[in-house]
Design a protein around this ligand. Sequence first.
Ligand code: C2E
Ligand code: MG
Ligand code: MG
Ligand code: MG
Length: 283
Amino acid sequence: QAKAAGRNTLRLFDPDMQATVNARIELGTRMRAALERGEFEPYYQAQVNAGGQITGAEALARWNDPEHGVIAPAQFIPVAEDTGLIIDLGAAMLEAACHQLARWARDVDTATLSVSVNISAQQFQHPDFVSRVQTTLRRTGAPPDRLNLEITESLLLHDTEEAIHRMMALKRHGIGFSLDDFGTGYSSLYYLKRLPLDQIKIDQRFVRDVLTDPNDAVIVRTIILLAQSLGLEAIAEGVETEDIHRFLEQTGCQAFQGYLFGDPQPATDFTNALRQALSQPAP
Ligand code: C2E
Ligand code: MG
Ligand code: MG
Ligand code: MG
């Protein structure tokens, strides 16, 4: 249709595009109702250390749609971002993850398990973000020093000084910070040095082909060295095979996450896996 109109024609109304926009608006409306009905829940994916012990869990949002089943973030996070729903959705995921963290701290014999929650730039930039996190921690009784917030470099594009200020305020309560999807954004090494981070997550796009693409191998090696020299932990995401795991270990990576160690799973399943792992003697 667009082609038939000729390439030099300026079209103010494209019916295809309008249909797409309408579909997104409709999905946004459905999502708000679904959020109010409690259809969103975090799944948890294990993070392991060099000894193979589970040291953390990343909370990953899932939509339990009664009609379509379990829906993955790729299907709803972009729309949530466009409609601003990400602020309330993110708050609900943080709340649920903190409840779960408090439960694990109480019921499962593990003194160190941390929970990582993804925070979108919009959510982080909300004027009340810091106080909302504090309120959530108080209400749920989650130990702040075992909560980890995963942020991305996109958050720095807006107001870096304010971002650093907020991170500092939360760090004073013991909250940790990870830089997610590292290597795919725009931030300079100057900012990386200034951010009060604890962990850098090596993006799975580099990890996936690390054994076959020499460029990815160089990038991964460099990120691990960079993390070490800045005193940060490097964690590799998307670790799917033993061979990749071994390469990363030999390169100095100390923390891992990926299907090799477990899929994201509902809280009850993760709790069972955790209990089982704890009942086994340490290797
Ligand atoms: P992310 O934070 O980088 O999360 C890692 C993604 O990699 C997750 O996808 C996880 O399921 C997937 N993954 C884990 N292990 C492997 C593996 O071995 N191989 C491969 N190929 N993938 C693996 P998921 O759950 O679909 O989430 C996608 C993205 O959606 C997340 O990327 C994050 O950016 C966003 N997201 C998820 N939950 C939330 C949330 O509660 N709030 C916000 N703001 N974003 C979220
Ligand atoms: Mg993440
Ligand atoms: Mg990531
Ligand atoms: Mg991501």
